[in-house]
Design a protein around this ligand. Structure first.
Ligand code: HEM
Length: 398
């Protein structure tokens, strides 16, 4: 076993990253990884601390230019992607981040989210009923994807006729969040960014003129949010608001089907469901890695990391750290103390966590109740992506 096992471009690693993480945590908790020119951070304590450390940022642009950080600016043709990305709150830093998060929270209120619970449950029940009536199929295409995409589309106020556009745009844009994306992925992301921005610009203008009861109208009415920020926010809500939820559903059911004792226990004790969802998010982490720029020299476990460096925070590894989770490779749906890091920590802590929990409780609950004989038909395959890690399909009989 060695650090070479950390190979995010290999299918074997994507299928089973956990042994390499165990090696890193034990032997090289702060490890320079030349292929992506990042320091890999693998222990829970360090990932958690660095997420909260204001000497690091998701972007360095508020404090330094590309040249000052010893980096080159992205190629000009990628500009539409970066404009979109840099206008969402996730890639802003205080004070801009604070302002944007506050403004979006004003529209994306706990009341608006809680009001969605019965809507989400109805949608989940409908999708699962159709899935069971068909005798099963691909759980990801039939249930895991349409649920969060429909919820976020409803929330934003995107018409049913246009919803088929969302997932391809989101998938193309998210290709840029993988390590060292290819020119082809970058071009697809740029095209999607242009199309999606144009679409939202026109929708926002229509809603500003004729408001309806949706989030785009609410955001259009918020003072101090520019049109580009509104667009960046909606794209972020769509991308962040479904990619991970799809993968928790797929990865989670695959984990349950591989662990029939755990699944039987959950069927027998449905009150375990909320804790079980947290455990599934820990056990097979849907977003394996988040990056941060080092804005001032820091030291982690005796390793000096200079300003201008990038650290890769390995969430999947933090979630399997035996210093925090007893018997971490075991799926324990009754686990009590579960400070998993899947929703992040610090100022960028997931704004959508309450909605994600509602969606997951609805779809897992509906499948447990309505598909008591769910069986795996075919060994699933992992998609090539490592950062956003999920299955291509999950073929089951119901
Ligand atoms: C299980 C599903 C989800 C997971 C695992 C997840 C995970 C995360 C993580 C780890 C971050 C922080 C990233 C960082 O610190 O670099 C984040 C941020 C964010 N998430 Fe989620 N998320 C999920 C679902 C959602 C949903 C349903 C929404 C909204 C509808 C959402 C909206 C956001 C937003 C807006 C941010 C940016 C917050 C900020 O920058 O202040 N997420 N999410």
């Amino acid at each position: 076993m060695s650090a070479e096992l950390f190979d995010p471009w290999s299918a074997e690693f994507v299928a089973r990253p956990y042994p390499a993480y165990a090696w890193l945590r034990e032997h090289a908790p702060v490890h320079w990884f030349e292929p992506s020119r990042q320091y890999l951070i693998s222990r829970h304590e360090d990932v958690n601390a660095l997420l909260r450390d204001r000497r690091l940022g998701r972007s360095y642009l508020p404090v330094a230019s590309h040249e000052e950080m010893g980096r080159s600016a992205p190629p000009a043709y990628e500009e539409p992607f970066w404009t979109l990305n840099n206008n969402g709150m996730l890639d802003r830093e205080p004070p801009d981040h604070t302002r944007l998060r506050r403004l979006v929270s004003q529209a994306f209120t706990p009341r608006r989210v809680e009001a969605l619970r019965p809507v989400v449950q109805r949608l989940a029940d409908g999708l699962v009923d159709a899935f069971v009536a068909a005798g099963g199929g691909d759980l990801i295409a039939a249930v895991a994807e349409p649920l969060p995409v429909t919820v976020i589309a409803e929330l934003l106020g995107i018409s049913e006729a246009d919803r088929h556009l969302l997932r391809p745009w989101s998938a193309a844009i998210c290709g840029m969040y993988e390590l060292n994306p290819s020119r082809e992925s970058a071009e697809a992301a740029v095209r999607a960014s242009e199309e999606f921005s144009d679409y939202l610009r026109s929708l926002a203008r229509r809603r500003a003129a004729e408001p309806q009861d949706d989030l785009v109208s609410a955001l259009a009415a918020v003072e101090g949010l520019s049109e580009d920020e509104l667009i960046g926010t909606c794209v972020l809500l769509l991308n962040a608001g479904h990619e991970a939820t799809v993968n928790v559903t797929g990865n989670g059911w695959w984990a349950l089907l591989r662990n029939p004792d755990a699944l039987a226990r959950l069927r027998a004790e449905p009150e375990l469901l909320p804790g079980a969802i947290e455990e599934l998010m820990r056990f097979d982490t849907p977003l394996q890695m988040f990056e941060r720029w080092v804005l001032e020299d820091i030291e982690v476990r005796g390793v000096s990391i200079p300003r201008g460096s990038e650290v890769a925070l390995l969430f999947g590894s933090a979630n399997h750290d035996p210093a925090v989770f007893s018997d971490p490779e075991r799926l324990d749906l009754g686990r009590r103390d579960n400070p998993h890091i899947s929703f992040g920590a610090g100022i960028h802590y997931c704004l959508g966590a309450p909605l994600a929990r509602i969606e997951l409780a609805s779809s897992f609950g509906a499948l447990l109740a309505k598909a008591p004989d769910l069986r795996l038909d075919r060994e699933p395959r992992w998609k090539p992506g490592y950062v956003i890690r999920g299955l291509e399909a999950l073929e089951v009989s119901a």
